[in-house]
Ligand binder design. Structure first.
Ligand code: HEC
Ligand code: HEC
Ligand code: HEC
Ligand code: HEC
Ligand code: HEC
Ligand code: HEC
Ligand code: HEC
Ligand code: HEC
Ligand code: HEC
Length: 420
């Protein structure tokens, strides 16, 4: 039964290549096309999808006779019926694996080999486990949209949700496989960047696992998987002892040992030392160097804060601040470099950056100090003016009250303003 269905499927899809390869009016299924008269629920979605745009029709995947308006007569000939999960894979692959055919659409081919590399493909095609996803579980079977469409289940902002449909449900994954990845990811630096700040370059489930060959990355692969996006960190990491591939353990220390895979976060700067102590002895050179690193990073951050306040003060005072702004940009760049550089665990490089940040922010701070002094002088001079002004206001208020005017509406003040 399975074999015959598979071959029906392959024959069906092959007929499309010759009959309706071009973008034709056929994409708009006409009223005379019987399938959509009865299956009205599929019409809209299908016609918005990528396939109908290329002239692919119901019969290219299901067979049948679209000129017949009775169920039985329409469902004749090479009619496939509904397709099982494995049959659907064979159907989709019959086109998508065909490189000469798909080349013109600038689509990466999707092959059975790729799919079989994943535990999804192995479970579905080799073990016959139908809890594993077929193509349609991640793409839909009819309203198939490209990943650039925000409604598509493979749009970067929605991929995780698509995976989570199964991976949060213990009934839909094998017993013992954790189902907490989505909860952790949503709260992680990656989830927040994607969901709150709409940064679509952030990592979703498929960025780290792959889509069609979805597998957990091995320990050795992790730095490269993360490094696809965090290139500078990867480079410095490989310069240091944790990234040395020929290290004693042979594996180094993967990124996820310090950042976690799903609950990815920045370790708080004030806990860098403690983080190192999860693996190194407190009194060891490594443990001590961790505390030193923490101190250096905190020192640089504090200097950066001082520089920020100084630039703000200068700008409030209406001073020209082009020079200071350029210096401050350099401070920020160095602070960023410091976070990256920290991965090489090279005390000299860290020292160098911290020194530069400190001296730049001292320069900015000195100029701000001078301006601040002048500002105070002016403020002191202005005190008599304030006293006269305040007296005037008090007098005016008293006069209003005597004339029986209502008090100013209290809800207009700060408290009421926030509540409303
Ligand atoms: C006169 C109405 C009618 C027409 C025309 C029609 N269908 Fe159906 N179709 C049905 C009904 C009713 C069912 C559900 C009952 C059944 O399985 O027979 C169905 C079921 C199906 C199924 C699922 C079969 C299953 O085993 O669950 C597919 C696939 C299908 N139709 C495709 C088509 C295609 C392709 C065409 C056009 C060639 C078509 N239909 C034309 C009424 C129609
Ligand atoms: C690209 C291939 C493809 C095309 C084109 C296609 N289908 Fe399907 N269809 C599938 C697959 C795969 C399944 C089984 C998986 C599923 O249920 O999602 C299916 C299932 C169905 C079913 C039964 C399941 C259900 O959801 O009710 C019906 C009915 C159906 N298709 C009708 C249609 C009609 C009508 C059209 C044209 C408007 C059409 N199909 C076009 C691939 C296709
Ligand atoms: C586990 C979910 C999942 C399954 C199963 C799956 N896909 Fe995908 N597919 C994705 C995701 C996610 C993307 C987007 C990848 C990206 O953005 O790099 C994608 C992308 C694609 C693309 C577009 C490639 C491009 O270059 O734009 C095609 C075509 C495709 N899949 C076809 C298939 C076919 C055929 C199958 C069945 C053999 C299948 N997919 C099974 C999740 C899945
Ligand atoms: C008859 C051949 C054929 C079959 C069968 C087929 N596809 Fe396609 N598919 C195409 C063509 C052609 C395109 C390119 C459309 C375009 O780019 O305009 C495409 C595009 C796609 C895309 C959009 C990729 C993108 O990002 O633009 C996805 C996803 C996809 N198909 C998934 C599937 C799935 C899932 C199935 C099985 C249910 C399937 N296809 C069955 C021919 C086919
Ligand atoms: C239709 C349900 C379903 C969907 C959707 C789905 N998965 Fe799965 N996934 C499974 C099942 C079932 C398994 C277990 C397969 C097996 O038996 O080994 C699995 C296994 C995995 C594994 C291997 C876990 C391990 O170590 O054993 C990874 C990684 C994975 N899925 C990632 C993804 C990603 C990424 C997506 C989205 C792009 C996704 N899955 C979408 C059902 C699903
Ligand atoms: C930043 C990269 C990254 C992202 C994003 C990510 N994963 Fe993972 N995932 C990993 C790594 C690395 C492992 C392997 C952990 C190990 O072996 O210690 C893993 C393991 C898994 C496993 C195996 C079981 C487990 O929990 O260890 C599953 C299932 C899984 N991920 C699913 C998902 C799903 C679903 C999403 C999206 C909600 C997701 N992952 C997002 C990197 C990632
Ligand atoms: C698909 C690209 C991509 C992959 C793969 C990826 N990341 Fe990210 N990551 C990002 C982006 C983009 C951000 C920044 C989000 C933002 O703040 O807007 C980010 C943020 C982070 C942050 C927080 C940085 C900060 O300044 O708050 C850490 C830590 C991180 N990633 C570690 C990892 C680790 C570890 C891995 C591998 C397990 C990984 N990333 C894989 C793209 C990626
Ligand atoms: C030994 C623990 C450790 C390892 C291993 C590690 N990191 Fe970090 N990472 C940190 C600490 C601590 C910080 C906070 C910055 C600092 O210490 O200056 C950080 C900061 C980051 C940031 C934020 C930098 C920025 O530009 O905002 C990213 C991204 C990041 N790490 C990614 C990675 C990636 C990718 C890997 C693997 C290639 C990795 N980390 C390996 C400890 C580690
Ligand atoms: C997850 C465990 C882990 C964490 C956390 C960790 N390390 Fe390591 N570290 C190792 C391992 C394992 C090695 C040995 C690498 C190898 O040779 O395989 C190492 C090596 C080193 C070395 C090189 C020692 C030598 O003999 O050359 C230094 C320096 C070091 N770590 C500093 C740190 C600092 C600083 C931190 C905190 C920012 C830290 N480590 C966090 C596991 C860890």
């Amino acid at each position: 039964m399975k074999c015959t269905l598979m071959s029906v499927v392959a024959v069906l899809a092959l007929s499309w290549g010759t009959a309706s390869g071009q973008e034709t009016m056929a994409g708009y299924l006409l009223e005379e096309y019987s399938c959509i008269m009865c299956h009205t629920d599929m019409r809209m979605g299908f016609q918005e999808g990528v396939h109908s745009r290329r002239g692919i029709q119901c019969t290219d995947c299901h067979g049948g006779d679209p000129s017949k308006f009775e169920t039985e007569a329409a469902h004749t000939g090479n009619f496939s019926g509904a397709l099982g999960k494995a049959e659907a894979v064979a159907l989709c692959l019959s086109c998508h694996e065909d490189i000469p055919r798909m080349r013109q659409f600038a689509l990466e081919p999707v092959t059975e080999e790729m799919f079989l590399f994943s535990q999804h493909g192995q479970a579905l095609l080799e073990a016959g486990d139908t809890t594993a996803p077929s193509c349609g579980d991640c793409h839909g079977s009819h309203a198939i949209l490209p990943r650039t469409d925000p409604r598509s289940p493979i749009h970067p902002a929605r991929v995780s949700e698509t995976c989570a449909a199964c991976h949060t449900d213990p009934a839909r994954v094998p017993a013992g496989l954790p189902t907490d990845q989505m909860d952790q990811w949503v709260a992680s630096a990656h989830g927040r960047a994607l969901l709150d700040r709409h940064n679509e370059r952030s990592a979703n489930c498929a960025s780290c696992h792959g889509a069609h060959s979805a597998l957990p990355p091995g320990v050795q692969e992790i730095p490269n998987v993360c490094g696809k996006c965090h290139q500078l960190v990867r480079e410095t990491y490989f310069m240091g002892p944790h990234g040395q591939q020929g290290s004693a353990t042979g594996a180094g220390v993967p990124c996820t040992a310090c950042h976690a895979n799903h609950a990815t976060t920045m370790p708080p700067l004030s806990e860098i030392g403690a983080l190192c102590l999860t693996c190194h002895e407190a009194e060891s050179p490594e443990g001590l160097s961790g505390l030193e690193l923490q101190e250096q990073v905190l020192r640089a951050e504090a200097a950066g804060d001082r520089a920020r306040r100084a630039v703000q003060l200068l700008s409030e005072a209406g001073e020209p601040i082009v020079d200071e702004e350029v210096r401050f940009l350099t401070v920020e760049t160095h602070l960023q470099e410091l976070l990256v550089q920290a991965h090489a665990l090279d005390p000299e490089a860290v020292d160098d950056l911290v020194r530069r940040v400190s001296s730049l922010s001292t320069e900015i701070g000195e100029r701000a100090d001078v301006v601040e002094e002048h500002r105070w002088e002016r403020k002191l001079l202005a005190i008599p003016v304030w006293i006269i002004g305040l007296g005037g206001i008090l007098l005016a208020l008293r006069k209003r009250r005597r004339l029986g005017k209502p008090e100013p509406d209290p809800s207009w003040g700060i408290g009421g303003g926030i509540g409303s």
